[in-house]
Design a protein around this ligand. Structure first.
Ligand SMILES: Cc1cc2nc3c(=O)[nH]c(=O)nc-3n(C[C@H](O)[C@H](O)[C@H](O)COP(=O)(O)OP(=O)(O)OC[C@H]3O[C@@H](n4cnc5c(N)ncnc54)[C@H](O)[C@@H]3O)c2cc1C
Length: 398
């Protein structure tokens, strides 16, 4: 199948490798002229690790990341709300803290090693069915036509937009300012540390391996520019009460970068069009954030994108035609994606919103609830990124 993959991010790079390995004629189109290893820290869960393992990238990833198998949430007043280790769920594989740039470099090298053509500096504006298949459009004109175009172009996907399948695309009121800092002594150890007050202020500290740590500061979308403009000293004195043992790290921040969180839902992640022979052989399909961007509260976005990529490649191998493969892909991904969309949507107001009264029951109940027998295992199970309900797991590899 002639496949155009739009976007060389987490999902696009993974998918390009899987499709090339399966013998498809795949080309990647990326808007960046010079994709570089940049980005915040990522907490990569078992689900994503398993897909990388299938590409022989898990061991190299371990070498540049850090095991982060505890999550601790405290209030600025010192009350411990959550303190959970992955050992609460027998057999759970600990998450890894990794710099997004390190993961990107591994995936990028894997794409290049397979000889997949990558067209850089091409911002795609959409796709449309033509006699030649699915034609990829840019502001400079048509680029090329494929049997299948995969939109891996992230939360603001132009491919999704042109497919007309968006059911919801909402920017959350809150996002984050983030930074990566040197932490050679690895003071942030093996724990995702989060400290909050009410529902509006919160600092996250995620160890990301190779002597670096990622910091996240929750901030209202509309206050982001003003917070940056006020300068680092003003931000440091705001954030200091939340840093606890990591106060030193605040002094090493030299730039705060904004991240906008979106909530994206699609009616269906694919559209079929008649191929040149009228056989229903052309199609467009979405993978990763383009189909289901969500706030990174649970740290599963990358795992979901990688699970999508694996499932789509498997569906294309299992079914001879796109009109069977694409619906099979959509069915296989629906429950998994839905579970994390709902869980994230329910959590978001409790941790990042202007609904301050939600903090009272949270602070009162969380310490007791997370100690009820069975609950820690359920929570860690959800964090592992492979659930379709509190107790059910998705079966990706058969
Ligand atoms: C601050 C922050 C923290 C996060 N933390 C975590 C975490 O801890 N754990 C986790 O699992 N996930 C986390 N995520 C989410 C995670 O980054 C995403 O879910 C994941 O990157 C999705 O992969 P993707 O391939 O769909 O999109 P992306 O990785 O965003 O890749 C999209 C690619 O498409 C390209 N592109 C975009 N538009 C076009 C266009 N028009 N034409 C051509 N190319 C285009 C982009 O340049 C990019 O290369 C976080 C996200 C943010 C913002």
């Amino acid at each position: 199948v002639r496949i155009g993959v739009v976007g060389l991010g987490m999902g696009g790079a993974t998918l390009a490798c899987l499709l090339a390995d399966a013998g498809h004629d795949v080309t990647v189109v990326e808007q960046a002229e010079d994709p570089r290893p940049v980005g915040a820290g990522i907490w990569l869960q078992e689900m994503g690790q398993q897909v990388l393992d299938r590409l022989d990238l898990l061991e190299p990833l371990r070498a540049v990341s850090r095991t982060v198998d505890r999550v601790r949430i405290v209030t600025a007043g010192g009350r411990r709300l959550v303190d959970l280790g992955y050992d609460a769920l027998p057999g759970a594989v600990p998450a890894l803290g990794v710099h997004r740039g390190d993961l990107f470099s591994l995936l990028h090298d894997a794409v290049r090693a397979r000889g997949v053509p990558v067209r850089l500096g091409v911002p795609v504006t959409g796709v449309r069915p033509t006699a030649a298949g699915l034609t990829v459009e840019t502001s400079a004109g048509d680029l090329a036509s494929y049997d299948l175009v995969v939109g891996c172009d992230g939360s603001r996907s132009r491919v999704r937009w042109s497919m007309g399948v968006t059911a919801r695309d909402r920017v959350y009121e809150y996002g984050a300012l983030w930074a990566i800092v040197d932490d050679p002594a690895e003071t942030a150890t093996d724990t995702l540390h989060q400290c909050l007050r009410g529902t509006s202020d919160y600092l996250g500290v995620l160890p990301t391996g190779r002597g670096r740590t990622s910091l996240f500061w929750s901030v209202r979308q509309r206050d982001m520019a003003a917070t940056v403009a006020a300068g680092l000293p003003a931000w440091r004195s705001r954030a200091e009460p939340y840093a606890g043992p990591h106060a030193d790290l605040l002094g090493r921040v030299d730039e705060l970068l904004p991240a906008v969180y979106r909530d994206v839902v699609v009616r269906t992640p694919y559209r079929l069009a008649d191929g040149s022979d009228g056989s229903g052989r052309a199609g467009a399909v979405l993978v990763g954030d383009s189909a289901h961007a969500m706030s990174p509260q649970l740290g599963v976005g990358t795992s979901l994108a990688l699970a999508d990529a694996w499932t789509l490649a498997a569906a294309l191998s299992a079914h001879a035609t796109l009109d069977r493969a694409l619906p099979a892909y959509a069915r296989a991904r629906a429950a998994h994606v839905r579970w994390y969309q709902w869980t994230t949507r329910l959590m978001m107001p409790v941790f990042q919103s202007d609904v301050a009264p939600l903090a009272w029951p949270r602070d009162l109940l969380a310490p007791a609830v997370t100690r009820v027998p069975g609950v820690p295992g359920l929570l860690i199970g959800t964090l592992c990124g492979d659930r379709t309900s509190p107790r059910r797991r998705v079966t990706l590899f058969t």
